[in-house]
Ligand binder design. Structure first.
Ligand code: ZN
Length: 161
């Protein structure tokens, strides 16, 4: 079966950055399952998988515009240290949930001074060219419930209670 709109696709993948460092991988766990054509995964990867079939292997390079977007320096903000009351030690690399106009966002602390904490709300992979090694492990028809929800149920997908 070929990958097309409304198919459930399971893939094993390894994601590396331009320097070859592994950022993410499904190796050692179950494959990632997604619903093709519903924007469940980044556009550059979804487009490259169109028409592929079980067992196919491919290398895909995804530019930021087809991945997690360009970095937006407007999402880097200086926050008073007092906004982190109750946090004993603040260090670059720490992550926090922040409330913003568009709901909860994950921010990463990038710099800490005595009075000011700099946080970055960009997606950690924004602005990066991404390299995927992908193997298609399964392609199947979606159930009507999956199509209704716009995502995959079961192994590698969503679990409802
Ligand atoms: Zn669902």
């Amino acid at each position: 079966m070929k990958i097309a709109h409304e198919k459930v696709v399971s893939i094993h993948y390894t994601l590396t950055d331009s320097a070859g460092a592994v950022l993410d991988s499904s190796s050692g766990s179950q494959p990632l399952a997604y619903l093709h054509g519903f924007g469940n995964i980044i556009p550059g990867l979804e487009n490259a998988l169109e028409g592929k079939a079980t067992g196919d292997k491919l290398s895909v390079t995804v530019e930021p515009g087809e991945g997690y977007g360009e970095r937006d320096e407007g999402l880097v903000q200086a926050v008073p240290r007092s906004a982190f009351k109750g946090v004993k030690e603040l260090a670059p690399g720490m992550q926090f949930q922040a409330q913003g106009p568009q709901g909860t966002r994950l921010v990463v602390v990038t710099q800490v001074t005595e009075d000011i904490v700099t946080v970055d709300a960009n997606h950690p992979l924004a602005g990066q060219t991404l390299h995927f090694e992908v193997e298609v492990s399964e392609v199947r028809d979606a159930t009507s419930e999956e199509l209704e929800h716009g995502h995959v149920h079961g192994p590698g997908g969503h679990h409802h209670h």
